[in-house]
Design a protein around this ligand. Structure first.
Ligand code: LLP
Length: 422
């Protein structure tokens, strides 16, 4: 459920007509709904409410705008970060270090040091070399790093191959067969305190079975580790629950159903539960607002050339992902539809959002919205073709604010420098 609906024949973000944002801020722009972000966070809280202790560590990578982090942090969210940059954002949003977990396959020693200095809940360690590095860094600072080892359960997440992470051929985590040995190594190292076990098997999962398989393996491992003498008091179950990108009947499972799988598989271990949802909180909380620049007649098809492009929303080009594109002016019931190839202005054929999209007749200057663009949209944008990063706007009821302005061309050019020999 989201808060982007037609009212008086105009698509609104909560109580704000998108036409108003387009007039005041210009297009393209990302627009996020406070009510939807809040609702999705609360739904996860409800899904885990059976657990005596739990923390929802929002995956910052999905949408890392500081205002979004502050909104979620104020609701009680922890944060899952994968770089010291994301850590700095979470801290800037007022999230205390003891609610931040540090994931990622290639943390540098500098990142470890800065996180230990700033305060951190736990490092999710992904390899033995990383464990040794963290031990060295923590011991040299005369401190202790709380850790969970990310274990790779070798489970097929049944999602797009570029975002599956839980198979043995993926670069993530320590193979489950080596986990007990790795925990024994961790327990013997200076500067390291074992606090839990971590897993994350992939993103945009639309089926609960892989979770059930992975978490059952985790429960078994936790029992084995406890019998080896480790204090396993936390389980970090990762993120990855998918969202509906199409308004049809193929909706992925709900967080409440996911919460039941967690309960059934690891609920009896008496551990504090951590989860790291990103897309499920931010995805349907945002849209990308864009204008039609031209409608161009091609051979046997019409092109809708938008002012948004692959550099603003890379997911269709990168994963073949689908985002519903809808006109901001509600089409009259029974309005005739035409097929358009919806494209951006970037000089690549890959800059195609959709082919043969059925839309009512549109003309230059008309507004369209890409739905489900709140996660992995703005964060993956680039300035390819020297197209400025587009603004981000947060709506709350009938008010809205720019939470990242569009940079001017002068600002973009001023970031670069000429060497003294030119
Ligand atoms: N935790 C870890 C360790 C992760 O690597 C990820 C996502 C998450 C949590 C959050 O997963 P989520 O709940 O958002 O599915 N750019 C891709 C998605 C990449 C996901 C990477 N890891 C896309 O646009 O589909």
């Amino acid at each position: 459920m989201d808060h982007f609906n037609y009212r008086d024949s105009i698509l609104h973000a909560e109580d704000v007509p998108l036409t108003r944002i387009a007039t005041e801020i210009g297009t393209p722009a990302y627009i996020y709904s406070t009510a939807t972000l809040t609702r999705h966070f609360n739904v996860f809280q409800e899904a885990l409410s059976w657990a005596p202790e739990y923390l929802i560590c929002y995956a910052v990578k999905a949408n890392s705008n500081i205002a979004v982090l502050k909104l979620l942090g104020d609701l009680g969210a922890g944060m899952d970060v994968v770089s010291i940059g994301e850590y700095a954002r979470a801290r800037a949003a007022g999230v205390p270090g003891n609610r931040i977990v540090f994931s990622g396959v290639g943390k540098t020693r500098d990142e470890m040091r800065l996180a230990l200095e700033g305060g951190i809940r736990q490092f999710n360690v992904e390899s033995e070399p990383e464990l040794l590095a963290l031990s060295e860094v923590a011991a040299s600072m005369d401190t202790i790093a709380p850790i969970a080892l990310r274990v790779n359960p070798d489970v097929d997440a049944r999602t797009h191959e570029k975002i599956a992470t839980g198979k043995s051929e993926n670069k993530f985590g320590i193979p489950i067969a080596r986990a007990r040995a790795a925990y024994a190594q961790a327990a013997a190292l200076p500067g390291i305190e074992v606090v839990g076990v971590d897993m994350h098997i992939g993103s945009q999962l639309t089926d609960l079975l892989p979770y059930r398989q992975a978490y059952s393996k985790m429960a078994e491992l936790t029992r084995a580790l406890r019998s080896d003498g480790h204090q396993i008091r936390r389980l970090d179950l990762g993120g990855g629950l998918g969202i509906p990108y199409k308004r049809d009947n193929s909706a992925p499972p709900l967080p409440i159903e996911y919460g039941q799988v967690v309960r059934e598989t690891v609920g009896d271990l008496g551990c504090e539960i951590e989860i790291e949802p990103g897309r499920n909180i931010a995805g349907n909380s945002g849209i990308l607002l864009s204008s039609v620049i031209y409608v161009k007649q091609g051979e046997g098809r019409d092109f809708l050339i938008l002012d948004a492009a692959m550099n603003d929303l890379i997911r269709p080009a990168m994963y073949g992902a689908h985002h519903d594109i809808v006109p901001v002016a509600e089409p009259a019931t029974g309005a005739e539809l035409s097929a358009y190839d919806v494209v951006g202005p970037v000089c690549e054929t890959g800059d195609t959002f959709q082919k043969g999209s059925q839309l009512p007749a549109l003309a230059d200057g008309d507004l369209v919205a890409f739905r489900s663009a709140g996660a992995y949209g703005a964060v993956m944008a680039s300035e390819y073709n020297t197209r400025p990063l587009i603004p981000e706007v947060l709506v709350d009821g009938d008010r809205f604010a720019v939470i990242r302005p569009r940079p001017s061309l002068e600002e973009i050019l001023a970031r670069e420098a000429l060497p003294d020999w030119l």
